[in-house]
Design a protein around this ligand. Structure first.
Ligand code: ADP
Ligand code: C5P
Length: 207
């Protein structure tokens, strides 16, 4: 069997990666797609105290277990199912639960560092960077982290200024150069979503 089509979707926090991913999956409703969120591969911190977990830099490439992610992507390429970890943003560690993921013809890998690792990039057929201004991104993140990730306004602002912003400039923004296509503003960019899904359809046809 041929290699599945692998799509990488990167971009800063709050740029709209998740929204773009959902739109792509919805537009390709006739196809089964495997979604891997890179956040699931944050390193397990169950052996650490909460105080130690709060000090972790979650915006550094070292925070991720990329070896496991790459191993799982390679298994999916070989048409083997994998048990992927899940992540708990409130407790800052891996959840007990794993999810069984079946191999499909299209695999989407979405996350802030989706384009950072060369080995992972080399497995991808289409590399996307979602590019949204930082003022919009912090406003979206503030609202989302308070509503969905159990954070206070002060903690989000403090984390953004001390860690998220400097790490974005140092490690995430530079990965834009590895992308094939840059989507400004994320999920509302209908033309970009259309171009990408047309390309994915043509790649699936060749399988
Ligand atoms: P990311 O995955 O890059 O962190 P998300 O897609 O999760 O970004 O978006 C972050 C937050 O911003 C979410 O709460 C989402 O609903 C909201 N959001 C995303 N895109 C838009 C948009 N175009 N307009 C308004 N809100 C948006
Ligand atoms: O969904 P999004 O791309 O925003 O997720 C990545 C962000 O999640 C990172 O910027 C990181 O700061 C944040 N994060 C966090 N706490 C964790 C794990 C990740 O705030 N425990």
């Amino acid at each position: 069997m041929n290699k599945p089509t692998i799509i990488g979707i990167a971009g800063g926090t709050g740029s709209g990666k998740t929204s773009v991913t959902r739109k792509i999956i919805a537009s390709l409703e006739e196809h089964d797609i495997t979604l891997i969120e890179q956040d699931y591969y944050y390193k397990d911190q169950s052996h650490k105290t909460m105080e130690e977990r709060l000090k972790t830099n979650y915006d550094h490439p070292f925070a991720f277990d990329n070896d496991l992610l790459i191993e799982h992507v390679k298994s999916l390429i070989n048409r083997e199912s994998v048990e992927i970890p899940t992540y708990d943003y409130v407790n800052h560690t891996r959840s007990d639960k794993t999810i069984k993921i079946e191999p499909k013809n299209v695999i989407i890998i979405e996350g802030i560092f989706a384009l950072e690792n060369e080995q992972l990039r080399d497995l991808m057929d289409v590399k996307i960077y979602v590019d949204t201004d930082s003022d919009i991104r912090i406003l979206r993140r503030l609202s989302r982290d308070i509503k969905e990730r159990g954070r206070s306004m002060d903690s989000v602002i403090n984390q953004y200024l001390t860690v998220v912003r400097p790490m974005h400039l140092q490690f995430i923004e530079p990965t834009k150069r590895f992308s094939d296509i840059i989507i400004p503003e994320g999920g509302e960019n209908i033309v970009a979503i259309d171009i990408i899904t047309t390309k994915i359809r043509s790649l699936i046809k060749k399988l």
